[in-house]
Design a protein around this ligand. Structure first.
Ligand SMILES: Cc1cc2nc3c(=O)[nH]c(=O)nc-3n(C[C@H](O)[C@H](O)[C@H](O)COP(=O)(O)OP(=O)(O)OC[C@H]3O[C@@H](n4cnc5c(N)ncnc54)[C@H](O)[C@@H]3O)c2cc1C
Length: 610
């Protein structure tokens, strides 16, 4: 089973991405060039990624005392990826990019995430370089970003510390000016950093000539104290190996040392590291302290980092989606071939009849359709968000602003909904396999382990929920929420015209109204502690409403394309829509009452009672 027909339908029939080629930035592109990119990604993912997914899981990265060792397959896959030009797919021609819409870049990357998410396809490197293109100096762009886009160097994102994960305001890494003339370094104001960064993905390896760390740290005030809160956080570019202004290695190692590798539940093909900055293991000019160059303004580090984090969150949602789809495809294949049990007729079972394949049991069909509804729905949502990114970058000022606000509201859902529900899909994929699914002889347990990360990193589930209810639905006096409601209502109006979809459209309208009322009720006392105590159930209901909208909209496109419903793919899309409206959307009635009543069952329970 291939991802491609689903992707093609969503891109061309549903989102109409071909129309982007009428915009100046994409004028050289056509359906042919888009297809060629997808073909290339599909081929590399099939040849260089998929065959090694289990290998990178079993041959975890290890440290030989000098270097971190990864399987040769990882080197080969990442080289093939870099050679394909995908690291700079969306960049300008002038710097070697393809000026591809982000929607196409994200679609191409989907193949790699599905084939082997943990071999990695450069999401961090691209995000790191994009951030520098946005906030860096000309020299930082030329030296660091361009060498990342070419694949010569790779990038990381160093936010977390052992004591500061969700609460980044508590980071303790310090950055002090590096001697006289520190401000005039051609690579940016030069500082010395000291501190520990925990959980840093791809923080140490030999896959590339150099590693470009983007590090959050605080510049102490005149009394040597760190400014509390996020206001005090600045951003620094800290190369593993020092470089000159021409982008050549100076031959000197920077004072960034691997303190240890983390041994993970899944996603084992990517190193995950504890890094010590400035402990003196690799003194620079005889002095401890990692050399870092300020990016943007002092105290604005988190603002710059958010640029990277929003992209990263769509990337995380896409990765969760693709792992879900990988499990769906594997379990569908298994269910078509596994004979077990007999059909139940009006007179019960006939023990003398031959066994049937498990795909013929209603409950197995339920588990397969649930996976399809979760994962293909999530794919549509991620592509919708990617299309908004293109609108934000290339639309009219009005459309761009609307896309920006919609993205603000949808990003927590794009990150969290697939992390929760495509993980549930992976659990169902194991269930479809029965006992075999619980062994390492089949791939589905690995998909589940790999996917379990996604509710944790890039802002945990709880933090995303707080962001949604505490900030995003309120910002600009609720304008983002109103814009989303207008789009949902537009789909509802079109849905009502279609007899096959009218009941779903009415159910969606009611759900939207209920979510709106719950938002108001949560904030009725204006007390954040009360409003946010049930932010996760709120986000679940919000997410399910968004997904119901996405499915209704996809179903409308499917009918538009094939009104007679002659194609099995159309029947499948309509069935997934129906599944979502019959089995999933009603769940919001279970989630929202605690939000509406600001239920304090959990919040007020004293510790001793646990
Ligand atoms: C495999 C992996 C890769 C990672 N890669 C990177 C990376 O490349 N770069 C990087 O900087 N970081 C990375 N991280 C770190 C990741 O972003 C953090 O783990 C995450 O932000 C959570 O921080 P924490 O682990 O300290 O958990 P904590 O913040 O301690 O959270 C523990 C629990 O408490 C909850 N909680 C915490 N605060 C609140 C609150 N205010 N309200 C409600 N609930 C709360 C959380 O939701 C969570 O359930 C990675 C993590 C992992 C596991």
């Amino acid at each position: 089973m291939s991802l491609r027909p689903t992707l093609d339908f969503l891109l061309y029939q549903w989102l109409g991405v071909e129309s982007l080629t009428s915009r100046e930035r994409f004028a050289d592109h056509s359906r042919d060039t888009f297809d060629a990119v997808l073909d290339t990604c599909e081929r590399i993912a099939r040849d260089k990624y998929a065959p090694f997914n289990r290998l990178v899981d079993t041959q975890e990265p290890h440290f030989d005392g000098d270097k971190v060792i990864l399987p040769q397959a990882t080197h080969d896959a990442q080289k093939a990826y870099a050679d394909s030009g995908m690291l700079s797919a969306a960049q300008d021609y002038a710097i070697g990019g393809m000026q591809l819409p982000y929607t196409l870049e994200a679609s191409g990357n989907a193949f790699f995430a599905m084939a082997s998410v943990s071999i990695g396809s450069g999401m961090l490197t691209t995000g790191n370089a994009n951030l520098l293109m946005q906030h860096g100096t000309e020299a930082q762009k030329r030296v660091f970003a361009l060498n990342e886009f070419s694949g010569r160097w790779s990038g990381t994102m160093c936010l977390s510390e052992p004591q500061a994960g969700s609460s980044l305001s508590d980071v303790m890494t310090r950055a002090v000016p590096d001697g006289d003339g520190f401000e005039t370094d051609p690579l940016g104001p030069r500082y010395r950093l000291t501190g520990n960064k925990m959980w840093i993905s791809a923080g140490e390896h030999e896959l590339t000539e150099n590693i470009v760390h983007l590090v959050l740290a605080k510049i102490p005030d005149d009394n040597g104290k760190l400014v509390p809160g996020t206001r005090g956080i600045s951003l620094f570019v800290v190369p593993k190996k020092l470089v000159d202004v021409n982008g050549q290695l100076t031959g000197e190692r920077n004072d960034v040392a691997l303190a240890g590798l983390n041994h993970k539940c899944g996603w084992r093909g990517t190193t995950n590291t504890l890094l010590n900055f400035g402990e003196g293991k690799f003194p620079v000019k005889g002095q401890a302290g990692a050399v870092g160059y300020l990016v943007g303004q002092p105290g604005k580090g988190l603002h710059c980092m958010f640029h990277m984090m929003n992209e990263a969150r769509i990337g995380v949602g896409m990765a969760a989606t693709m792992l879900g789809l990988a499990g769906y495809h594997a379990s569908l294949e298994y269910a078509k071939n596994r004979p077990q049990g007999r059909a139940v007729g009006p007179a019960g079972k006939d023990a003398s009849a031959p066994q049937i394949r498990i795909i013929e049991h209603a409950d197995v069909k339920r588990m397969l359709l649930a996976q399809k509804a979760y994962c293909e729905g999530a794919l549509a949502l991620e592509l919708y968000c990617a299309r908004l990114v293109d609108e934000q970058h290339t639309g009219t000022p009005e459309a761009a602003d609307e896309a920006r606000l919609l993205l603000e509201v949808l990003t927590p859902i794009a990150k969290s909904w697939p992390s929760e529900w495509c993980l549930e899909a992976n659990s169902l994929a194991i269930q479809v396999h029965g006992g075999y699914g619980y062994t390492r002889d089949f791939p589905v347990e690995q998909y589940w382990r790999d996917n379990r990360l996604n509710m944790i990193h890039e802002g945990t589930h709880g933090i995303q929920a707080t962001d949604l209810l505490g900030r995003k639905v309120l910002m600009d006096n609720g304008r983002g929420l109103q814009l989303l409601a207008a789009r949902i209502n537009d789909t509802v109006q079109r849905g009502i015209q279609q007899p096959a979809l009218a009941a779903h459209a009415n159910a969606l309208a009611a759900a939207l109204q209920r979510v709106g009322a719950a938002t108001k009720a949560a904030w009725a006392t204006g007390n954040p502690a009360e409003a946010l105590a049930n932010a996760v159930p709120y986000m679940q209901a919000f997410g399910h409403t968004v997904m119901a909208w996405i499915w209704l909209d996809v179903a409308l496109a499917a009918l538009n394309h094939d009104a007679a419903q002659t194609q099995p793919t159309t029947l499948g899309r309509l069935a997934a829509t129906r599944y979502f409206f019959h089995y999933e959307l009603p769940k919001i009635a279970g989630w929202l009452p605690v939000v509406e009543s600001r239920d304090a069952t959990c919040a007020e329970l004293p510790e001793a009672a646990f």
